[in-house]
Every structure is written in C-alpha cells, then in structure tokens.
Design a protein around this ligand. Sequence first.
Ligand SMILES: NC(=O)c1ccc[n+]([C@@H]2O[C@H](COP(=O)([O-])OP(=O)(O)OC[C@H]3O[C@@H](n4cnc5c(N)ncnc54)[C@H](OP(=O)(O)O)[C@@H]3O)[C@@H](O)[C@H]2O)c1
Length: 256
Amino acid sequence: MTLALVTGASAGIGFQLASQLAERGYDIVGVGASDRINDLGDRIGGVQVIPVQADLTSAEGIEQVWQAVSQIGRPLDVACLNAGRSLGGAFLDTDLDEELQMLALNVTGQVRLAKHVVRHMAGQQAGNILVTTSCSALTPTPYESIYGPTRAFMLSFAEGLREEMKEHGVGVTALLPGATATDFHHTAGMGNTKFGSNDWKNDPAQVARQGLDALFAGEDHVIGGNQATKDGAARNRTLSDPVKAAEFARSSRPSN
Ligand SMILES: NC(=O)c1ccc[n+]([C@@H]2O[C@H](COP(=O)([O-])OP(=O)(O)OC[C@H]3O[C@@H](n4cnc5c(N)ncnc54)[C@H](OP(=O)(O)O)[C@@H]3O)[C@@H](O)[C@H]2O)c1
C-alpha cells in the first residue's frame, strides 16, 4: 500500500483529496485542527487512516504531524499541503492577530512542513507534492488583503520547488481552486459578501479530482473548477491589477 499525507483533511477540498486518494488505494495520514479529524476513518473506509489533530500554525503542531508520519515507518508517496484559511473585511478593521495566525497557517506552517516532506522524498528519490493555492494568487484581493498574498506566495514557492525537485525524482503541482462550496468563506467571516453564498461555487469533489489528476499527470499547475472558473483565471493573466482589484472587490466587499 502507498501512503499519503493530507492537511486540512477534515473538511472541504482536503476531505475530498483524502477520500479520493483512498479510492486510489492510498493509506491516509489526515490532519485537522479540531477533533472532527478523528472521525476521518469512519468517513473514508477501506484503507488505513491515521488522524492527527494538530495546530499547523505552530512549530510544535508541524513537528507532531511529522512525528506521526515518521512513526509509520513507510515511504511517504504523496503529500497534499492543503490546509488554509482566509479572513474577510477591510484591512482597516480586521484583527492583526488573526491575520498573523493566517500567515502562520497559510505560509510559515506550509514552509515548515514542506521542509520535512521534501527532504524525506528526496531521500527516497520519489514522491509527489500537491500544493493547494488559489485563483486568488492571480489577482489583488481587496477585503481579503492578506489572504491573496499568502496564496501568491504558495504558488510561486510551488513553481520554484518543482524545478529544484526534478533532479530528485519528486513532482510538485499547484492546485488553484476558484471559489469552492466549502466552509471556507463562512470561517473567514464573509457571510455578507457575494463569496458568502455557496450556491454558485465549484464542487469541492471536482476541484480535488482535477488536482489529483494533474498531480499524477506531472503537470505544474491546474485551475480547479468549472469552465467559467478556468476562463476567469485565463482572463486574470491578461487584465491589469487595478482592473482585477476592482472586480474582486465586487465579490469580497462586505455589504454592511
Ligand atoms: N473554498 C474556496 O473557495 C477556496 C478557493 C481557493 C482556494 N482554497 C484553498 O483551499 C484550501 C482548503 O480550503 P477549504 O475550502 O477546503 O477550507 P475548509 O472547508 O474551511 O477546510 C479547512 C481545513 O483546514 C483545517 N485547518 C484550519 N486551520 C487549521 C490549523 N490551524 N491547523 C490545522 N488544520 C487547520 C480545517 O480543520 P478543522 O476544521 O477540523 O479545524 C479543515 O480541515 C485552503 O488552502 C484554501 O486557501 C479554497
């Protein structure tokens, strides 16, 4: 059996990544912050599931995850660096500590975990890493003004790492979901924005499938979502930043 690590596996895109990897025959180390991660084995049967409840914003949480992987004593074949969050609202009003926590999860924690994963996979001259970033990496993100830059960081990190890891037999793929119907915007406190409604968003199962297909096909990145999402991402490669910023604000600006 092969082994996969998925962060943010208790919900949303990460849960879909974990269950679809299980369908492909992978045993799963699934990481989440709350105790609902402990039900993961009941929700995806048929393979070995090792739940790890850890706070990925802290160095201790990352070490706890890596210890769990190391204790299994098997090669790690796939790592999905997926856990992430946002915080909506005008930067004038948002809480600085919450923003620093987001940076710790979306950037610092990802880098810490990637260091372990990359060294392990280089040692075995094999492995595949899927980095969940966002279409928000392709545009300024007013009213989510710290979130978007965290995704741009991870996209650039993934693309650079991909080149470095080629000679070590390790693949790196970036998944850029468009707006996806998960708890994400609710957790970000964005209920009073266009992003707050899940009615029009992409299916997390489709997004995860596109990410895994791209990973196993060795692609450098994939846009996650329907054709409108893919068209929007292509458009964002051509529009000026001020135009994109104004357009993004129409979906992210709080209505009251
Ligand atoms: N949904 C979208 O519209 C969208 C669009 C583009 C990109 N993305 C990206 O997709 C990724 C997954 O988002 P999602 O929509 O699936 O979000 P989600 O449904 O809110 O799930 C977030 C997951 O991350 C875990 N998590 C949160 N904080 C954590 C922490 N401090 N330590 C460990 N785990 C933590 C959660 O665990 P618990 O809930 O158990 O605490 C949960 O499993 C993120 O990187 C996000 O940037 C999402």
